[in-house]
Write a protein that binds this ligand. Structure first.
Ligand code: CAO
Length: 416
């Protein structure tokens, strides 16, 4: 069966994580993604954090599946000529170089438009065009600090904290993918391409939307009732770090289960959903709390929410996180075990759904990766191995019309 993006040709001028995460997603959905890499070196992640000597690192293989690899030195005349041809024949070019690198290479947006007015140029930068930090190079944690995630993550008595989730990198790549698909849809109507720009700061901030909500509520009221600081602690004039508090109107916390003394992940997340108060009381063996006015409204519970969590922890003390969730799910209580990466890797449901996928790679053998989190009724996403450096160079050059002799000459000149 043909894939939805079959026929869409993408020049993948990306590296590290933000750009590659975007183009990998588009490759899964059928686009022909040609990863352009510097001869001899390639994407820096090929060699970063290797676990098999001289083989591509997982950092690379897990972000570049289903792509083709073309090595090209775009600072040589021949390399520029090949890139020019590629631009003329492609639909999308994705890049996440440092600010100005593409212009310095001679491929400014103006020049690209002249070469192919239908081209969609999709760029990731740390900060948006015109921002007072637009010249900065940016990695994941820098973006988390600039986008409001770090100042609002962690505990109130600790420093700003970054998340393990790639809010700056892969999240920005996902935003870019949405932008590219939108521009492709528009191109069907107008025939014209356009520039799609996503900054890592903006993408992080987009996920921290509720914290901007909280800043405005704090400005107006001087307190935030869902934060652990309320009502016993104090607030300053900025949104505080709320530990593991629920971000919305449902109080929640990470609670210890049996074995927490030795297992760092023997915890569950427990949510006290307002309308689920009665089932919660039943599950905990506290039916007297159901009608008790000291407990039966969210407002009444607010000043003793941590006493309630302590009580739930004592209820959890003889139950593993899995046993606890198996009981609580029967009462419709939103909760989950805190899962370790090892548990996730071995989770049969995640394997069955194609979210955790085993891939065979010619040099590193079998490894696990995260497959498409988006499921389609009419398309199975097949995750293939990432390409070796330059694996498809000759194939791509031949498709661009170069003869075997010309290709050999480019190899000799180290242009590819
Ligand atoms: N042939 C020839 N030259 C090439 C090339 C190729 N195939 N591919 C890249 N280059 C050159 C670029 O033209 C650039 O050259 P100049 O600086 O001389 O013009 C050079 O390689 C380096 O590019 P860079 O600035 O992108 O690389 P860096 O390692 O110094 O910075 C990063 C890396 C990620 C900090 C920077 O690219 C960046 O800020 N990108 C935007 C934000 C982003 O995506 N960050 C997320 C990365 S994931 O954590």
């Amino acid at each position: 069966m043909s894939k939805p993006l079959e026929g869409v040709k993408i020049i993948d001028f990306t590296h590290v994580q933000a750009g590659p995460a975007c183009t990998q997603l588009l490759a899964w959905f059928g686009a022909d993604v040609i990863k352009v890499e510097r001869p001899g070196a390639g994407d820096v992640t090929r060699s970063q954090l290797r676990h098999v000597k001289d083989a591509d690192a997982l950092y690379f293989t897990m972000l570049n599946s289903n792509k083709r690899s073309l090595t090209l030195d775009t600072k040589t005349a021949q390399g520029k000529e090949v890139l020019t041809k590629l631009i003329q024949e492609s639909d999308v070019m994705v890049e996440n170089f440092g600010p100005g690198a593409l212009d310095r290479m001679g491929f400014s947006w103006e020049n690209i438009q002249k070469l192919n007015p239908g081209m969609i140029l999709a760029s990731v930068k740390g900060f948006s065009d015109g921002h007072h930090y637009e010249d900065l190079k940016v990695y994941e944690n820098v973006a988390q600090c600039a986008g409001g995630a770090a100042s609002t993550t962690g505990f109130w008595d600790g420093p700003p904290t970054v998340s393990a989730a790639a809010l700056g990198d892969s999240n920005t790549g996902m935003h870019l993918a949405i932008g590219i698909l939108t521009a492709l849809h528009q191109k069907i109507k107008t025939g014209k391409g356009q520039k799609v720009a996503v900054s890592m700061q903006d993408s992080v901030l987009n996920l921290c939307r509720v914290k901007l909500r909280d800043q405005q509520r704090l400005d107006a009221l001087g307190y935030l009732e869902e934060y652990p600081q309320y009502p016993h602690g104090s607030f300053s004039d900025v949104v505080p770090r709320g530990g593991n508090a629920g971000g919305g109107g449902q109080p929640g916390w990470v609670l210890k289960c049996k074995g927490w003394e030795t297992d760092p992940n023997a915890y569950i997340y427990f949510t006290i959903q307002g309308h689920a108060w009665a089932p919660i009381c039943k599950a905990l063996g506290k039916p007297e709390w159901i009608e008790d006015p000291a407990y039966n409204t969210a407002e009444a519970r607010q000043d003793k929410i941590f006493d309630i969590f302590s009580f739930i922890e004592s209820w959890l003390s003889d139950k593993t996180k899995f046993e606890a969730v198996d009981i609580l799910r029967k009462f419709d209580i939103p909760c989950s075990p805190v899962l370790s990466m090892k548990e996730i890797a071995n989770d049969p449901s995640l394997r069955e759904s194609g979210t955790i996928v085993e891939v065979d790679h010619p040099k590193i053998g079998k490894y696990l990766t995260v497959g498409s989190p988006i499921k389609f009724s009419d398309m199975a996403v097949e995750v293939k191995a990432s390409p070796l450096l330059g694996e498809h160079t000759d194939e791509v050059l031949a498709q661009l019309g170069y003869s075997a002799d010309q290709i050999a000459e480019m190899h000799a000149a180290r242009a590819v």
